[in-house]
Ligand binder design. Structure first.
Ligand SMILES: [Fe+2]
Length: 391
């Protein structure tokens, strides 16, 4: 059965290759501009990754008008304002983001401010408010998790009100995503594990979400399979470029899935504990994913059966209940192995959440925009029970 209505819009060009971030001039030619402003962070810069990309660009005759390196792990409104001010003053015609989700989301929000001006929250937060394209944006991910290089979404932390503000618009989709496994090979095991689990959460929440389509399903299943086959290898050995590449592609595919089908209560809870207690996004999702699936169990159990081959589970002869339990158990087994490797926490208590802070977090999860797309209404009292289970 098909949904009554769906759409699939995927205009970002994706290029993949080991070492491609050193030279992708041919891709930039299509955009027809020569002055780019680079957005990244200090950690990526210290690893020499900004220099690697910059050298290739300069050798290819591209002019770099400036570099902004002050993006924090959870980008804030003031970061975006300062970045936009510098990029605009530099005379840039386009933006190149080199980094993880925070850097990419900063670049998207910066693009809004440069092109539209005004106040980021007052004038631009929300859904589909832009009316025309922004300046070209090229994204080179250095983590394999957010998939932000192919999504319509940017999430920026509002430091005053302690909430994460989403910006969603088709004009936030980057023009080009450059996937180079070498750019992710210096990620430490903990970041590899948590960002990879963020990607798995995107895939699974998109797969069971109310806004699903046959297109988002295929991307979600493909991403799930690649993550199950490669997350342990990439976490164990960062130099395994094949596993790194597979995780980058999986993150990208999961990004495409959730950019269309959105995410649900796991992300709602993760945004809540991230905003209130600074639990890193991927860690929060990894802890909460099986609990969110249990919250939705009755609504999603039939559909979860289709994930069995991707998670390498044999469900032949199983009832929907037993099959769905096997899928959830496979996810727990995966996070359990990552935990044994010292790469992942399994409980909210180990991630810095105070027990008496759970009710406030449950209320924040209900208010979070991701809850709108959950297969089951997110009710504070009931979601709190599952958050307590994750504590
Ligand atoms: Fe996420």
């Amino acid at each position: 059965m098909l949904p009554e209505f769906f759409e699939f819009y995927n205009p970002t060009k994706v290029v993949y290759g080991i070492g491609i971030a050193r030279d992708f001039r041919a891709e930039l030619d299509v955009l027809g501009i020569e002055k780019y402003f680079i957005i990244s962070d200090q950690v990526i810069n210290d690893l020499g990754l900004v220099e690697k990309v910059k050298k290739g660009l300069i050798d290819a005759g591209i002019r770099i008008t400036g570099i902004f390196l002050d993006v924090p792990p959870n980008s804030e409104i003031k970061t975006v304002s300062s970045c936009a001010e510098q990029a605009k003053a530099s005379g840039a015609e386009g933006l190149i983001a080199i980094g993880g989700g925070s850097v990419i989301d900063t670049a998207k929000a910066t693009n809004i401010l440069i092109c539209k001006g005004g106040d980021l929250i007052e004038d631009h937060s929300g859904v589909h408010l832009l009316t025309e394209p922004l300046m070209p944006l090229v994204v080179i991910p250095t983590t394999a998790g957010t998939g932000s290089e192919v999504t319509t979404v940017s999430v920026i932390y509002d430091e005053e009100n302690k909430v994460k503000i989403p910006f969603t618009d088709k004009f936030l989709l980057p023009d080009i995503a450059v996937l180079d496994p070498e750019m992710t090979s210096s990620m430490p095991p903990k970041i590899t594990a948590s960002t990879g689990m963020d990607a798995l959460t995107h895939a699974i929440e998109a797969f069971v979400g109310v806004q699903w389509s046959p297109f988002s399903d295929i991307f979600a299943i493909g991403a799930t399979e690649l993550i199950f086959k490669n997350i342990i290898k990439a976490t164990e050995n960062g130099d395994d470029l094949e596993a790194r590449g597979a995780m980058l592609v999986a993150s990208n595919m999961a990004g495409t899935a959730f950019s269309h089908s959105m995410v649900g209560c796991v992300h709602a809870m993760a945004h809540a504990v991230g905003g209130l207690y600074h639990v890193p996004h991927g860690v929060a999702n990894a802890i909460l994913l099986p609990h969110g699936m249990e919250y939705n169990f009755e609504e999603i159990k039939e559909k979860l059966m289709r994930l069995a081959p991707a998670v390498n589970e044999d469900i032949s002869g199983c009832s929907a209940d037993d099959a769905a339990r096997k899928i959830i158990a496979a996810i727990r087994k995966l996070t359990g192995r990552l935990n044994e490797m010292g790469a992942l926490s399994l409980r909210l208590r180990d991630a810095g959440v105070p027990e008496d802070g759970l009710p406030e977090a449950a209320d924040a999860a209900v208010a979070d925009g991701s809850s709108w797309f959950n297969p089951r209404e997110v009710v504070a009292e009931e979601i709190l029970t599952h958050m307590k289970n994750a504590y």
